[in-house]
Design a protein around this ligand. Structure first.
Ligand code: IMP
Length: 176
């Protein structure tokens, strides 16, 4: 059990389950990218631990770079603007694997994907540790999903609550 600020979190996905799933995901990526050199584009901050643990397991030659997404409300009619920060190299002709911690509504990753696609990469695939299918608000193709989970708030292994709680080896869930 872990208390972060006013909330209590209980164990959800333990270390050995996580490790086994990461092994399987890495095997799948290795197979799919034989003969290519993918570029992992990691969405900070939440995905940094997942990305590191995944990349350690890959044997295909690969590169990594990190981006942030800044979201802000413009007007009620134009809605939320999501801007990519920190992508200084071109992804043109690259085999991009976008690495996310969690796809919730899917709006963030979908926007990132379409902005990257404007640079004409050779391919774009999304790898996410977690996915909440019932929260999806947009069609988004996820090539690699660690775990599909119910629509509950999770924490740890990179995921935060108000900036805290990222530093655990397992994933926890908000106690109901
Ligand atoms: P969305 O898919 O655009 O709704 O947003 C995904 C982002 O919301 C993720 O990258 C996380 O930063 C954050 N997020 C969504 N669900 C959770 C959760 O259960 N715990 C922690 N962060 C979450």
């Amino acid at each position: 059990m872990l208390t972060v600020k006013d909330k209590t979190f209980v164990p959800f996905i333990d270390q050995s389950t996580l490790n086994a799933r990461l092994d399987a995901l890495a095997d799948q990526i290795d197979r799919d990218y034989q003969g290519r050199e993918p570029l992992l584009v990691v969405v900070l901050n939440g995905a940094f631990i997942f990305a590191a643990d995944l990349m350690k397991r890959l044997t295909v030659p690969c590169r990594v770079t990190f981006i942030r997404v800044r979201s802000y409300e413009q007007t009620a009619s134009t809605g939320t603007v999501r801007e990519i920060l920190g992508l200084y190299e071109s992804v043109a002709d690259q085999d991009v694997i976008l690495v996310e911690d969690i796809v919730d509504t899917g709006l963030t990753i979908q926007e990132v994907r379409s902005q990257l696609e404007a640079q004409q990469p050779a391919s774009v695939a999304i790898a996410t540790l977690l996915h909440k299918p019932t929260a999806l608000k947009t069609e988004v193709e996820l090539a690699y999903v660690g775990f599909e989970i119910e629509n509950r708030f999770v924490l740890g292994y990179g995921l935060d609550y108000d900036g805290l709680g990222r530093n655990t080896r397992e994933i926890l869930v908000l106690q109901e």
